[in-house]
Design a protein around this ligand. Structure first.
Ligand code: PLP
Length: 497
């Protein structure tokens, strides 16, 4: 692929800021000890990775950012765009000024972009919250009044706490106070491969299962459960919903799925799906809940107040709610964040497009599904290649245990591991001192860590994004080898278990 001449928004200044400030980390040198790597994995053929990296300011600091499953870095064009948005912005749906009108238009168009990204029928299916966690809580509060005594909710041991603790709270703390007894059931996973135990899941779902909650991709094991089979299991329950449907609802936590995989909510036939933009190149602050229109129409909102009511339709005896999706937008929303997030999606298309193709960033052009699919497939192949390389190299580290699917089996772009004799938190600190940003802990996948019997319930994790290069992977893996002293390097005894 040909190199590109200039940045996406024509700004040439931003990339030098960190260089000038002299922020230089201490990256390890690229390792060449694994010189034999399968030639079939030609990682960067679809991208001009140098050009992509030039769109990110952090690159100039020397940081090796390999904690992307937690949060990704924001590109410079979004920072420049933010300055412009802030220059003439106003509240949305709350003013007659030009600024208010244009901000409202930008904000509403952002919903169309988000809907297009996941192939939702329209903006009416999109609710924005602060993050994935809030989206799950929103589903929980919306459905709270619908659970009947004797119902159950089924989730899995693979879940992030944000898709478990709300169901724990509902069944253990909230509904019992209303005298209602609802059971919480947890499907197991295979401790060796990390695969969801579909037989166990099937055995847990019955005619009293109102909701099945499942991750789209585990943030610890990298497992991607077969959502079509989970859907079929939920379909077969025969649970009678208040809408008359006879099946269990299905909520997919797609916080780790949407950033690396093309996700089509209609093809998946999910009822609810959540994700956070801070894991896909946008700044912090916006999460999405997709919901089927009839469910959002029928359910109670999670938050009540201004803008979620129909214009003028509030009296002492009757309040009428706004049309979708604004019924779920109580109070002033994160207007700038929503605009930034949608524009980041558009930018991702441009970053992964062939040179010379028409731009989507800053435009109002509708985004066809095949364009999103191609962009995400390219990102997926790139991050998959990086992950395969990391797995290959890390598996050469003596005493390492890598969790999740074996090499060659589909996994999201992350590798969690432990090295014998090392506390993962100490190891992550050692990696940081070598300029490599990893994450250690339970990654909020506490159930899975306990289920594997890890003591402490923690692992060290490297995770990859669009802007990572093979050099990042090599440096990160070399740092693991170096830090654990398996490469003849010195080992700080105090850091060992
Ligand atoms: N679900 C998964 C699988 C995650 O990885 C995360 C964050 O790491 C979350 C949910 C929570 O996302 P947020 O912190 O944006 O609410």
């Amino acid at each position: 692929m040909k190199a590109r001449a200039c940045s996406l928004d024509g700004h040439r200044d931003g990339g030098d800021t960190a260089k000038e400030s002299g922020t230089q980390m201490n990256p390890v040198n690229s390792a060449d000890r694994w010189s034999v790597y399968p030639p079939s994995v030609n990682l960067e053929s679809e991208f001009d990775i140098d050009w992509i990296r030039s769109q990110f300011d952090f690159v100039n600091t020397g940081r090796i950012v390999t904690n992307n499953a937690a949060s990704t870095q924001a590109p410079l064009p979004i920072l420049h765009l933010t300055r412009e948005v802030l220059r003439d912005y106003e509240n949305v749906h709350r003013g007659q000024s030009q600024a208010s009108q244009s901000t409202t238009m930008r904000f509403e168009l952002a919903y169309d972009t988000i809907a297009a990204w996941i192939n939702a029928p329209s903006r009416r299916n999109i609710v924005t919250y602060r993050n994935t966690t809030e989206a799950h809580n929103a589903v929980m509060y919306s459905l709270m009044t619908e659970f009947r005594d004797g119902d159950n909710v089924v989730t899995t041991m693979l879940e992030h706490n944000s898709n478990y603790v709300p169901w724990y709270a509902l069944t253990e703390e909230i509904l019992p106070r209303f005298g209602r007894r609802v059971e919480r059931r947890l499907a197991r996973f295979d401790p060796v491969t990390g695969a969801l135990d579909l037989h166990h899941l099937t055995s847990l779902v019955d005619e009293r299962t109102k909701l099945v909650c499942c991750t789209g991709a585990s943030n610890f094991l990298g497992t991607k459960p077969p959502l079509d089979i989970v859907r079929a299991i939920a379909d077969a329950s025969g649970y009678v919903q208040p809408t008359g449907e006879r099946r269990s609802l299905m909520l997919v936590d797609a916080a780790q799925l949407v950033p690396s995989t093309y996700t089509d909510v209609q093809a998946l036939d999910v009822d609810y799906l959540s994700f956070s933009f801070h894991k896909m190149l946008a700044p912090f602050g916006v999460g999405v809940l997709y919901g089927k229109e009839h469910l959002l129409d029928h359910s109670l909102p999670f938050l009540f107040g201004g803008d979620m009511i129909a214009e003028g339709q509030v009296s002492p005896d009757l309040v009428e709610y706004n049309e979708l999706p604004w019924k779920y937008a109580a109070g002033t929303p994160n207007i700038v964040g929503v605009v930034q997030s949608a524009q980041t999606l558009r930018l991702m298309i441009d970053l992964t497009a062939d040179p010379g193709e028409a731009s989507f960033f800053r435009s109002e052009r509708p985004i066809p599904a095949h364009v999103v699919r191609r962009s995400m497939e390219r990102i997926g192949r790139h991050t998959h290649g990086l992950t395969a390389r990391a797995l290959d190299r890390l598996s050469a580290v003596p005493g390492i245990t890598i969790y999740g699917p074996p090499i060659g089996v589909v996994r999201s772009p992350l590798v969690a591991f432990n090295v014998e004799g090392w506390n993962p938190l100490d190891l992550a600190t050692e990696l940081d001192s070598r300029g490599v940003e990893a994450r250690a802990g339970c990654h909020c996948a506490t159930l899975a860590h306990h289920s594997l019997g890890l003591d402490p319930p923690a692992s060290c994790r490297l995770s990859f994004a669009l802007y990572n290069s093979t050099d990042d992977v090599d440096r990160a893996c070399a740092a693991v080898l170096d830090a654990t002293g398996r490469d003849g390097g010195s080992v700080s005894r105090s850091l060992r278990l």
